[in-house]
Write a protein that binds this ligand. Structure first.
Ligand code: PLP
Length: 400
């Protein structure tokens, strides 16, 4: 049996999304910016897709939703443009991010830090959550931007973006949120919440890879990073990814339609699966379920290297992860586990299971049996587990 439980890394393209994209490779391939009928053939579908994308996050017509190549681009754009506009010019000198942002935020923040920007990295608490108060405590009159993700890719922890948005509004500071893991998992409205910039990416909600977007509130348009064309109102040059935009439009529409299903049925399946996993001795989950996206479990099996567990799962046809997709080739400890202060041993034992609306009960039942066998086998050969008293009481062994 093949079981895909790595949906926070990427998702299957929904067949109806693919069907909607198909005509835009061979039949209707005109460049939408050309001045002939081939271009015109693409216009209605692009327009419809953009309407769906605006509706998907409840953007206003006057806001800008700019199509990019991926969330990594959108995240780079926000931080680098803020650097050029506010930091380099000396108007401000500081930004705030959380210490568990995706590498496309963390690495970009470190880059602009090396160019002279002050960066505050907000800690997460023992439950893997950000406290909105910590944003308030760190804002200064020189803060240009706060960037805190809507939901964490590893734990699924949902961060208090509504409160953080309010704090930013009070202090007249720009607020960006990376909503890559939130679309289709929690209700998103850029009208209801004070969000100036919002990043998302189609391949996380059953759309195609290589197409993302950046929402910018009316009047808050960022300086372009790509120059050379008039596409996207001059905000982001480059020939439009026509099929990608059409795919993202269809995918976001479906993700919003499936939101109730995700928040009820998928959540219930996830909870039952997690209950069963937690019956295995010496297992730990960090973030409370009601503070997590409905599809995600990050679970530690004491005494078992995450990579060994992945190996056993993979041999049985199951795809899971030890953390962020981008970091999964190196054998580093899970960064969120480290950030909460889990002891060294445990930080290496985290496995992420992320479900989708295509996950079936049969797949989860099968996975559970494979996990149980893997735990037994791997603990028998684990040197660290042998030294851990049975029924170890110290939980995560938090060092702070
Ligand atoms: N932000 C978060 C929270 C993510 O989980 C990911 C992908 O893992 C990204 C950004 C990067 O997305 P993309 O692959 O579209 O660049």
């Amino acid at each position: 049996m093949k079981v895909y439980l790595d949906n926070n890394a990427t998702t299957m393209v929904d067949p109806s999304v693919k069907a909607e994209m198909d005509p835009f490779f061979v039949e209707k391939y005109g460049n939408p910016n050309s001045l002939h009928a081939f271009a015109g053939e693409t216009h209605p579908a692009i327009k419809t897709a953009m309407e769906k994308i605006y509706a998907g996050i409840q953007a206003d017509r006057k806001d800008s939703v700019v199509i990019t190549s991926c969330a990594t681009e959108s995240n780079n754009w926000v931080l680098k443009s803020i650097y050029f506009e506010y930091i380099l010019t000396g108007r401000k000198n500081h930004i705030i991010i959380s210490e568990v942002e995706h590498p496309s935020i963390i690495a970009t923040a470190k880059f602009i830090e090396s160019m002279g920007c002050k960066v505050t990295y907000l800690p997460i608490n023992a439950e893997g959550l950000i406290e909105a108060q910590s944003v308030r405590d760190n804002i200064t009159s020189k803060t240009a931007l706060v960037s805190v993700m809507w939901a964490n890719n590893e734990t699924g922890a949902i961060f208090p973006v509504e409160e953080i948005g309010e704090i930013c509004r009070e202090h007249n500071v720009l607020f960006h949120t990376d909503a890559v893991q939130a679309i289709g998992k929690v209700p998103i409205s850029v009208q209801q919440f004070n969000v100036d910039y919002l990043t998302f990416s189609a391949h996380k909600f059953h759309g195609p890879k290589g197409v993302g977007a950046l929402f910018m509130k009316k009047g808050k348009e960022l300086m372009p990073l790509f120059h050379g064309g008039s596409q996207m109102g001059g905000l982001r040059s480059g020939t439009l990814n026509v099929a990608g935009i059409i795919g993202m439009g269809k995918a976001i529409e479906q993700a919003i339609d499936a939101l109730d299903f995700e928040m009820s049925e998928i959540r219930e399946m996830r909870d039952d699966f997690e209950d069963e996993l937690l019956k295995i001795e010496d297992t730990f989950v960090v973030t409370p379920r009601n503070r997590r996206t409905p599809n995600t479990i990050l679970i530690s099996f004491r005494g078992i290297e995450g990579e060994s567990m992945l190996w056993d799962l993979n041999r049985s046809g199951i795809g899971a992860s030890t953390g962020s997709a981008c970091a999964s080739e190196d054998l580093e400890a899970n960064s969120v586990m480290e950030a909460i202060g889990a002891d060294e041993d445990l930080a290496h034992t985290a496995i992420r299971f992320s479900l989708s609306r295509y996950t079936t009960q049969e797949e989860l039942d099968y996975t559970l049996e494979v996990v149980k066998k893997a735990v037994k086998r791997l603990r028998e050969i684990s040197s660290s587990y042998a030294y851990t008293p049975k029924g170890h009481e110290s939980g995560l062994g938090l060092s702070h």
